[in-house]
Every structure is written in structure tokens, then in C-alpha cells.
Design a protein around this ligand. Structure first.
Ligand SMILES: Nc1ncnc2c1ncn2[C@@H]1O[C@H](COP(=O)(O)OP(=O)(O)OP(=O)(O)O)[C@@H](O)[C@H]1O
Ligand SMILES: CC(C)(CO)[C@@H](O)C(=O)[O-]
Ligand code: BAL
Length: 281
């Protein structure tokens, strides 16, 4: 496996490639969820490149940019064992040579303003901009993203369509721990007692989906029950919302393809999760 620490090295390598290339963009501190993205990417390409870049542009002023875990050596070892072909781990100065106050960025309005976008202003502008830049740097034929970050996936899908980017975007279902907790680098911030509580998030989502899908319970009543459940267990809810899957706008009674999305704090750690389900016609 090759490690490219600069754009120049990556471009020199890229110019020689003739096969189909898949990109798996990450912020590193890799876990089994990331490695499953690599497995899926391998099914769609000859060569898999994983980017590892903690993108300052998508972090708010009071967020965890400085503390975000950076574990490049361990990440490279795990990726080599999993059969990735290359890692692109550029410096911030390589990605943003004129600093972060760039003149050009990508905004995907409306879908970026709700849910995580409402709590993290500017977040999806940072995500869309870096993903477009990574697409331009790596020039992949396909790119794989996790459904754990469902809103991010939809933002990237829209951006790719709207800008006619020649990249096939593939989504992968969320990889979970045995107790249901969605794997996430930020789980590492949880204390042992918080980690024990954390699976309540997924249990609550499953119960809510079941209430609406199987029992036909009214959306608002099901949502109120789910919010109560989380708060009783000590979570501070950022949002818990039922949305239609296509554009993440509020779900109406005649919408059937739904997703329930949650962001909640356990102590100082903000966890997100979501669950897709169908409402009976
Ligand atoms: N449990 C998971 N299952 C599937 N995909 C995942 C999972 N966790 C992360 N991903 C995907 O991996 C890619 C890189 O995500 P990232 O590096 O931010 O990891 P993360 O664990 O989500 O970190 P964070 O805790 O910062 O959100 C994204 O496409 C993300 O959706
Ligand atoms: C897609 C991404 C790598 C862009 O920085 C990041 O938002 C992430 O890790 O999900
Ligand atoms: N996994 C999404 C990237 C972020 O939280 O910044």
C-alpha cells in the first residue's frame, strides 16, 4: 500500500493509473465501519484510495477540531491489512494553500440548512467543498460514504448531480457494535458509563420505527415517546426528527419512504444516528 502525503505525490501516481479507482473519504481514526467502506469500494473498482484528512473547514469554532483523534500509523496498518491500495493524507496547507478564507466554496442549500446543518452552521459547506476538492484531487470513478452520516450522504449526492461530477456515489449501511451503537470515532470520547448508555439511541430509533411501521401510531405521538425515552436516560437531544428520505424535508402522512434522524449529547459527546423505514400505505 502506498502513502501519499502530498498532492504532488498523489497526482504523479494518478497520472499513471488506467484502472477503475474508488475513493473512500475519511477523517481517520479508523474503525470497522470505515474498513467495511473499503470492502465495498473494492467490489466497485480495481484500486481503492482512502483519504485521511481532518478538514478544518467543516468544524465550528467551538467544536473538537484540535482534539479530534489523529492515528495515522495505526490507520495505515489497518488499511494495508484490509487491502486498500493507497492512503492520501495531505497537510492542511496542501489542501488550502491560501488558508481557510477561500474565495470559492460549494454550498448545497436547503438540505444543508436543517438537522446537523442547523446545529452546525457552515458544516455542510465545508463538507461539500472538501469532498469536491478530494474528487478533483483523486479523480475517482466512484466514492463510498456511510449512511451513518445520512444527511452528509444526501448532500454529497445532490452536489454530485447538480455539478455533473463524473463520480458514482455509493452509500453503505451503518456498521454497528453488537449492542446496536453505530460505530463512530467520537464514541472514543465516551466514559465507560456513557458507553453503556449509548445503545439506547438505536433502541429508541428501532422502537419508533416499529411504532409507526407496525403499530400505525401517529408520528407526533411516536416522536414524543422517543424524545421522552432519550431524555429519561440522560441524553440532551439536539434533534430527533422524522423526515422523508429523498430531500430530508418534514415527513407528511402520505410520505412512505422515511428516515428518523437523531443527534444527542451524552455528557459532552454529540452522537448521531438514523434509521430508514417505510410507512404502510
Ligand atoms: N458506523 C459506520 N458505518 C458506516 N459508515 C460509517 C460509519 N462510521 C463512519 N462511517 C463513514 O465513514 C466515512 C468517514 O467518516 P468519519 O471519518 O467522519 O468517521 P466517523 O466515525 O463518522 O467519525 P465521527 O465520529 O467524527 O463522525 C463517512 O462516509 C462516514 O459516513
Ligand atoms: C466526508 C468527510 C471525509 C469530509 O471531510 C467527512 O465529513 C467524514 O469523515 O464523514
Ligand atoms: N462524520 C462527519 C464529519 C463530522 O462530524 O465533521
Amino acid at each position: 500500500m502506498q502513502l501519499f502525503k502530498s498532492l504532488q505525490e498523489l497526482r504523479a501516481w494518478r497520472a499513471q493509473q488506467t484502472g477503475r479507482i474508488a475513493l473512500v473519504p475519511t477523517m481517520g481514526n479508523l474503525h470497522e465501519g470505515h474498513l467495511k467502506l473499503v470492502d465495498l469500494a473494492k467490489q466497485h473498482a480495481d484500486v481503492v484510495i482512502v483519504s485521511i484528512f481532518v478538514n478544518p473547514m467543516q468544524f465550528g469554532a467551538n467544536e473538537d477540531l484540535d482534539n479530534y483523534p489523529r492515528t495515522l500509523d495505526a490507520d495505515c496498518q489497518a488499511l494495508a491489512e484490509r487491502g486498500a491500495h493507497g492512503v492520501f493524507a495531505p497537510q492542511v496547507s496542501d489542501v488550502y494553500p491560501r488558508g481557510l478564507a477561500v474565495q470559492t466554496y460549494i454550498e448545497v442549500p436547503k438540505i444543508s440548512e436543517t438537522l446537523c446543518g442547523a446545529s452546525r452552521p457552515g458544516h455542510f459547506r465545508g463538507v461539500a467543498t472538501i469532498v469536491a476538492k478530494l474528487f478533483n484531487m483523486v479523480q475517482p470513478h466512484t466514492a463510498v460514504f456511510g449512511e451513518k452520516d445520512f444527511q452528509q450522504l444526501q448532500v454529497i449526492r445532490l452536489m454530485t448531480q447538480d455539478l455533473s461530477l463524473p463520480v458514482e456515489v455509493i452509500g453503505m449501511p451503518t456498521e454497528r457494535a453488537e449492542d446496536g451503537l453505530a460505530l463512530s470515532s467520537r464514541n472514543g470520547y465516551l466514559s465507560p458509563s456513557e458507553r453503556q448508555l449509548a445503545p439506547v439511541i438505536y433502541k429508541t430509533l428501532t422502537a419508533l420505527a416499529d411504532a409507526i411501521h407496525q403499530q400505525g401510531i401517529d408520528d407526533e405521538i411516536a416522536l414524543a415517546g422517543a424524545r421522552h425515552e432519550l431524555e429519561e436516560h440522560g441524553f440532551r437531544i439536539d434533534y430527533l426528527e422524522l423526515r422523508r428520505r429523498s430531500d430530508l424535508q418534514p415527513a407528511r402522512g402520505d410520505d412512505h419512504e422515511l428516515v428518523v434522524l437523531v443527534a444527542a449529547f451524552l455528557g459532552r459527546t454529540r452522537l448521531i444516528d438514523n434509521l430508514q423505514f417505510t410507512r404502510h400505505a
